[in-house]
Design a protein around this ligand. Structure first.
Ligand SMILES: Cc1cc2nc3c(=O)[nH]c(=O)nc-3n(C[C@H](O)[C@H](O)[C@H](O)COP(=O)(O)O)c2cc1C
Length: 187
């Protein structure tokens, strides 16, 4: 039986790609937010897209610095992902890293901090496309550095067997996530 959906909920059919954490920094202000709408766009030079709403503090920092990082959180970090995706750094006296005890390490090419305990990190430089940014909140960026935890990513692919807490998470709705499941091999 096929059931039709309310169109405003159609995005949920595609929404369970890995949820990401977008980190940003400008003039010594640092921030972090959750983003489910991040996507690969091109191989070489590598490019990605991410949707960053106009009302977010992240938007202000990434437009000012021209850079951001995409961090890939895992099952062990699900509560923190929901927390940083449910409040704005703009409203805080401190920042979300201090508020939620989030440890970071320095990126190689950009000022945005990288989140410890994530399983992969992409440092990104915005390719300015004002029309897309203003109309669709859509940012295109070149990936200028990338690394991953080799316990779960090596030889160019993910393999989470034996590391359930390091599986990437995929947002369903309302703070519910799937963990990346078993791999299946086509012949
Ligand atoms: C699981 C999850 C996924 C989210 N995905 C996005 C997204 O793709 N784009 C976006 O603009 N906001 C997204 N949000 C909302 C932002 O994370 C939220 O507005 C956040 O408070 C912005 O923080 P900031 O103002 O400190 O930048 C998501 C929130 C959650 C919990």
């Amino acid at each position: 039986m096929v059931k039709s959906l309310t169109l405003s909920k159609a995005y949920r059919l595609l929404n369970h790609g890995p949820t990401t954490l977008i980190t940003s920094s400008h003039n010594n202000k640092h921030n972090i937010m959750a983003a489910a709408w991040a996507c690969a766009l091109d191989f070489d030079p590598p490019k990605v897209t991410v949707v960053i709403d106009k009302n977010t503090y992240t938007r202000e920092l990434i437009e000012a610095s021209g850079t951001f990082a995409i961090n890939l959180p895992c099952v062990a970090q699900k509560n923190m992902v929901k927390q940083v995706g449910s409040c704005s750094g703009r409203d805080m006296t401190t920042d979300k890293f201090a508020q939620y005890n989030i440890s970071t390490f320095a990126a190689q090419q950009i000022s945005a901090p990288l989140v410890e305990g994530c399983v992969a990190w992409l440092e990104c430089k915005i390719i300015p496309e004002p029309h897309n940014q203003n109309t669709y909140d859509l940012f295109i960026a070149e990936v200028i550095a990338a690394y991953a935890d080799e316990r779960v990513f090596s030889d160019g692919r993910w393999h989470f067997e034996g590391y359930d807490d390091l599986r990437t998470i995929h947002h369903v709705a309302g703070g519910a996530f799937f963990a990346t499941g078993e791999s299946v091999q086509a012949i």
